[in-house]
Design a protein around this ligand. Structure first.
Ligand code: NAI
Ligand code: MG
Length: 356
């Protein structure tokens, strides 16, 4: 029996459509070779161009339309001419919030030593999964701006940590660590953030009682950033807050090959709503339209989608194809020092899928 998955594709702006094309090529190839699943892609023209024409980033009932899908595959949004806070809040964050995608999964895996800027780092040393809280913390939008422009001016940006929000992300991380048989590291800052991070540490311990077999460590975020560079092998599964996760995963992306390779998934673990898979990078207006954007981050996020849908054997296969491409080294885009086009790289990935 073949199961057909309905995928909503939002290519978005700039290089978004260019890289998403290549991810769709890989997904289509995998579906052809595996009788268990098929994909039915539906494209949505939403983003900044749509905004300039219609005065909004997505259709009025966009969220209702998307709700019917099994997953969302997104390129990137944002373009000069439309303020970034509009493109971010009215499309990306709207989807993340409406669909309660409270887990942000960012794999940081070094597939080829050449991609790592550190001296002497071996491939096996950098293989972690960062689980970032994706719904509250410092990005909840809570605060105030008092006496604007006056001498007495005061701004407040409040970190919001609910018991429900903190428990669910930490529990998700423990469950992941347990099922993968790996250690779990919590990154916080209880010495200085005497409410939010003391609370976080307390919940980390409380929930940990349900998982006596999971080996844990807890680091302050400053120490964690140092260790990520000096001894990345300390980290396997990592759980952290929204702000710390944002910063640490960019550091992690740099360790594993840069923006051209960094993928991220926004997950609703209960599967009540569709989850969203996207490259971490933005719309790169400086290179858009030239056909030279690196599609590997988009391809990697397609592999995360396969994992999430339950075909992690195929997700791994896609990663193997990326690994082969990096080892071979002859078909890379300019950001990685090569001369290949976006489409060349996508086609080479499809070729490798026949042999990995
Ligand atoms: P960016 O990620 O678009 O670009 C940063 C630099 O990395 C640029 O020099 C770009 O050419 C390069 N780059 C990024 N992805 C690449 C790829 N796949 N291949 C080769 N080079 C790549 O970030 P930037 O410039 O800060 O933002 C541009 C726009 O994208 C803004 O409007 C911003 O709001 C939006 N943005 C959207 C995101 C999303 O949709 N998730 C995330 C980050 C930014
Ligand atoms: Mg970021």
């Amino acid at each position: 029996m073949t199961r057909t998955y309905k995928i909503a594709v939002i290519p978005g702006d700039g290089i978004g459509p260019e890289v998403i094309n290549e991810g769709v090529k890989a997904l289509t190839k995998l579906a052809e070779t595996d009788s268990r699943f098929d994909f039915d892609f539906t494209y949505f023209p939403w983003g900044c161009e749509y905004y300039l024409e219609h005065g909004k980033m997505m259709a009025e009932d966009g969220i209702v339309q998307l709700k019917e899908f099994d997953a969302i595959y997104l390129g990137s949004v944002g373009y000069p001419g439309v303020p970034d806070h509009i493109s971010l809040w009215d499309l990306l964050l709207k989807i993340r919030k409406s669909f309660d995608q409270y887990v942000n999964l960012r794999p940081i895996t070094l597939l080829h030593e050449n991609m790592c800027p550190l001296k002497n780092d071996k491939k096996d040393n950098i293989d972690m999964l960062v689980i970032r809280e994706n719904s509250e913390g410092e990005y909840a939008g809570a605060g105030d701006w008092l006496y604007k422009g006056q001498k007495e001016e005061v701004v407040l940006q409040t970190g919001v940590f609910s018991r429900k929000g903190t428990e669910r992300i930490i529990r998700y991380a423990y469950e992941t660590a347990k099922s993968e048989g790996r250690s779990l590291t919590s990154v916080s800052k209880g010495n200085a953030l005497n409410y939010s991070m003391v609370f976080w540490d307390q919940i980390f311990e409380e929930v940990g009682k349900e998982f006596p077999d999971v080996q844990t460590q807890s680091y302050l975020v400053d120490a964690a950033s140092m260790f990520m560079v000096q001894q990345p092998e300390r980290f396997e599964i990592v759980v952290t807050s929204n702000l710390f996760g944002d910063i640490l995963t960019d550091l992690g992306a740099a360790l594993a090959g840069g923006l051209g390779l960094a993928a991220g998934a926004n997950i609703n673990p209960e599967r009540r709503y569709p989850s969203m898979f996207e490259p971490v990078h933005g719309s790169a207006p400086d290179i858009a339209g030239k056909g030279i954007a690196n599609p590997l981050a988009a391809v990697w996020s397609a592999s995360q989608m396969l994992d999430f849908l339950g075909y992690d054997d195929q997700g791994k296969r896609l990663l193997k194809a990326i690994e082969r491409l990096l080892i071979d080294g002859g078909c890379l885009t300019p950001d990685m020092g090569g001369q290949a086009s976006t489409a060349d790289v996508g086609s080479r990935i499809v070729e490798y899928l026949s042999i990995v």
